[in-house]
Design a protein around this ligand. Structure first.
Ligand code: TYD
Ligand code: MG
Length: 454
């Protein structure tokens, strides 16, 4: 009799161990180890896994831009780096109800409209439910095939038979392989299904979208295990309480990472937001203190974001510091620098910072915006509505240059701003095109910033 080999897998990150552990050494999660069967590949299954490749010179390999299919949903194509790459595996993750199924059904419908046969595999909803959703989205093409199935082998068989132009698996946590005895959604099952599907994608050139759930308690294998395996990882940001949805490319083997696509959830599905700067600034209060606009670079695209601060004297021994959309530690550092360099002592102030619209900005270019907004709120002096600021701030209060300043200036000019406070760096001083209208104030320290603002 063959002995069944098992191992313990962390259900959060996929770390494996021969014996049970209370705490995962890889992701520090407690109580996340579950015993799962490990399959050794032999016999028939092994044949499937072989590419039988021979080495060949790289210049003999042909690949061109025709390898991409454009979905026609511009924001989606952008996040993917210019379209869907043949044979790629794309993981789409996000909280429940954020719009994963909706978006992918829309993508498939767009492809179906281009006379391509596409396949939507669902293990979560019945065909009727998908039809009802499709009705709202206007997805009714006869080229859009719906398959309700959770058995991996059956899914693979259908893909090989139909040879669709794209496949969506909604969701990877429902897919079940009878080779393993563990339950659907466990790390072993998720890994097995992902592996097999990616293999089919690579062999046949069919792009595959995998929907992955993220749960807080980690009871379902998070898509973390899959992130390494797939080519592209897209995550939905923002929460389902708001109308907007942001998808961000966390990883992309075929394009720039960190690119974002912005959508608005309406009655009839996700609608692209063509002008994100306008969108994020649409509710900007006039003449309020604590608000400032800063051009941030998301992927390759500049987007103007509004940073809001509320600084008020604290009633507590330890003042509160809350930062939404910006890095908490960065804010603490800037508060310290402001105290030291500008003489603005915020040590006894509660500070709340928020980037309007729910977008997350992680680049240091936004430092000066954070400082400007905190100073404005603290001094209760509004910042001129036509001004934008950007630049990194160093520990001694110096203002440092950042990448792609021209692009940011142009975007601000396009949105009607007329004054820009930016780092003084060696570089071209002349702006061309739309940027020429902008009054540029170049500074090298935070002290100068306050002088120009107030
Ligand atoms: P869904 O795509 O089912 O989310 P996920 O697959 O990520 O779990 O999205 C469901 C939410 O979207 C639900 O709260 C209803 C809303 N929605 C709309 O507002 N308009 C629509 O046209 C559709 C299809 C859904
Ligand atoms: Mg869904």
């Amino acid at each position: 009799m063959k002995k069944i080999k098992t191992q313990f897998f962390c259900q959060n990150c996929g770390h494996s161990s021969p014996k049970w552990l209370g705490k995962c050494p890889s992701c520090n999660e407690w109580n996340s180890f579950v015993e799962e069967e490990v399959r050794t590949i032999d016999g028939e299954g092994a044949q499937d896994l072989k590419f039988n490749g021979v080495p060949m010179p790289i210049d003999a390999i042909t690949a061109d831009e025709g390898e991409r299919v454009r979905s026609g949903i511009l924001e989606m194509d952008r996040v993917l780096g210019g379209g869907i790459v043949r044979g790629s595996a794309v993981l789409v993750g996000g909280d429940p109800g954020i719009g994963k199924s909706t978006l992918l059904l829309q993508v498939l419908q767009k492809l179906a409209e281009q006379e391509l046969t596409v396949l939507y595999v669902s293990g979560e909803e019945s065909a009727k439910q998908i039809k009802l959703r499709g009705k709202r989205l206007g997805a009714s093409s006869k080229n859009l095939l719906v398959l309700v199935e959770i058995d991996l082998d059956a899914i693979l068989r259908q893909i090989k038979e139909i040879k669709p132009a794209a496949v969506v698996i909604d969701s990877i946590q429902t897919v079940y392989s009878s080779v393993l005895s563990s339950a659907p959604g466990s790390v072993g099952q998720v890994r097995e299904a992902t592996e097999k599907l990616i293999l089919v994608a690579k062999k046949t050139g069919i792009p595959i979208f995998l929907v992955g759930h993220v749960t807080k308690d980690g009871s379902i294998a998070g898509p973390k295990v899959m992130e390494h395996m797939v080519d592209t990882v897209l995550y939905f940001e923002g929460d389902s309480g708001h109308a907007y949805r942001i998808i961000r490319g966390i990883k992309n083997r075929f394009g720039p990472a960190n690119e974002i696509g912005i959508f608005e959830m309406r009655d009839n599905g996700l609608i692209e937001v063509a002008n994100p700067s306008e969108f994020f600034l649409s509710e900007r209060p006039e003449g309020a203190s604590g608000s400032v606009v800063s051009p941030s670079l998301e992927g390759t695209r500049p987007i103007l974001v509004e940073i809001q601060s509320l600084v008020s004297a604290t009633n507590l021994g330890m003042p509160r510091r809350t930062a939404i959309g910006v890095d908490h530690n960065r804010v603490s550092m800037l508060v310290a620098v402001m105290g030291k360099v500008c003489g603005l002592q915020l040590g006894n102030q509660d500070i709340f910072i928020n980037v309007a619209g729910g977008v997350k900005v992680e680049e240091p270019a936004i430092d000066m915006g954070i400082v400007a907004s905190m100073a404005s709120s603290y001094l209760d002096r509004p910042i001129d509505a036509g001004t934008v600021v950007f630049g990194e701030v160093g520990l001694s209060g110096e203002v440092r240059g950042i990448s792609q300043m021209d692009v940011r200036i142009k975007e601000a000019a396009r949105m009607g701003f007329n004054r820009c406070i930016l780092p003084r760096t060696q570089g071209r001083d002349r702006q061309t095109g739309e940027g020429a209208r902008m009054k540029l104030i170049r500074i090298s320290s935070l002290k100068e910033l306050l002088g120009h603002l107030f």
